[in-house]
Design a protein around this ligand. Structure first.
Ligand SMILES: NC(=O)c1ccc[n+]([C@@H]2O[C@H](COP(=O)([O-])OP(=O)(O)OC[C@H]3O[C@@H](n4cnc5c(N)ncnc54)[C@H](OP(=O)(O)O)[C@@H]3O)[C@@H](O)[C@H]2O)c1
Length: 245
């Protein structure tokens, strides 16, 4: 049977994934390997993942360390796909000062640093014939979850920034991914039903190849998409002409 045509072929592409050593980042790395990329620069902060492949280049990249970002960016000569996956979840603290510090840390991690990394890698992405940026957001960008208000705020900011990237860089395909609760270290101890990271990664990568601007990769995320997906996409489309002459 002939393969299904795709709008984006990962074959022979150079990919960078932040936080690729574990969780959804590792699942994305293993999934993209099945598409015969040219190379995957698999970012890790302290320790590379416990898997390997000749197509994987383990790349030390702490996105909150400017020196590490500059070194990684200088070492990457070709880039088609940047996946901003690295993330942290700090539960809401009762103490206001502690909560403010957590919010700042998550805004830094989920908003400022991904945008800084994009800027650092723009020249490489611009040199690609078909550049793509994928931001791992969360279905929690659309409504706050009790106990994770700061996390949700920072993901809502990344959602808005992803829409902004689409406006600022129409030459780059900018994709937002909105997973629901998924079985990784981030959700350890959670009593919520958890999606399987490898299954979600398969859906995310297939959505990337299909050229979807927004990807809702699991059952819980799909339920959110059915409530807000079309509305958000319509508003985004309408707002593109809001202030134009
Ligand atoms: N799991 C979920 O339910 C869920 C749902 C929606 C969205 N997401 C999002 O999906 C992404 C991946 O989440 P996950 O569940 O796979 O989380 P995870 O298992 O906790 O893994 C987080 C990854 O981010 C890396 N990281 C943390 N700080 C970093 C830094 N400063 N620089 C570079 N890498 C850093 C970690 O590296 P170290 O190993 O060095 O700590 C690790 O590789 C996150 O953006 C998360 O917010 C997750």
């Amino acid at each position: 049977m002939a393969p299904t045509p795709t709008l984006f072929d990962l074959k022979d592409r150079a990919v960078l994934i932040t936080g690729a050593n574990r969780g959804l980042g590792a699942a994305l790395c293993k999934t993209i390997l099945q598409y015969s990329p040219k190379i995957i620069h698999a970012g890790y902060r302290k320790t590379p993942g416990d898997f390997d492949d000749p197509l994987i280049n383990w790349c030390q990249l702490d996105i909150q360390d400017a020196g590490s970002v500059a070194k990684a960016a200088a070492s990457i000569d070709e880039l088609d796909v940047l996946i901003n996956n690295a993330g942290i979840l700090i539960p809401t603290a009762a103490d206001p000062a502690e909560e403010m510090a957590s919010l700042e840390a998550m805004m830094d991690m989920h908003l400022h640093r991904p945008l800084t990394l994009i800027d650092a890698l723009l020249p490489r992405l611009r040199a690609s014939g078909q550049p793509m940026i994928v931001n791992m957001i969360s279905m929690a960008a659309f409504a706050s979850v009790p106990g994770c208000e700061g996390y949700c705020t920072s993901k809502a900011a990344l959602h808005a920034a992803t829409q902004g990237l689409r406006l600022k860089h129409p030459d780059i395909q900018c994709i937002g991914v909105y997973p629901g609760p998924t079985a990784t270290d981030m959700t350890a101890g959670s009593t919520a039903p958890l999606a399987d990271a490898m299954k979600s990664a398969a859906t995310i990568v297939s959505g990337m190849c299909d050229g979807k601007p927004s990807i809702f990769p699991d059952e819980a995320a799909l339920a959110v998409e059915s409530l807000v997906g079309a509305g958000v996409a319509t508003l985004e489309q309408q707002f593109t002409t809001l202030l134009s002459d």
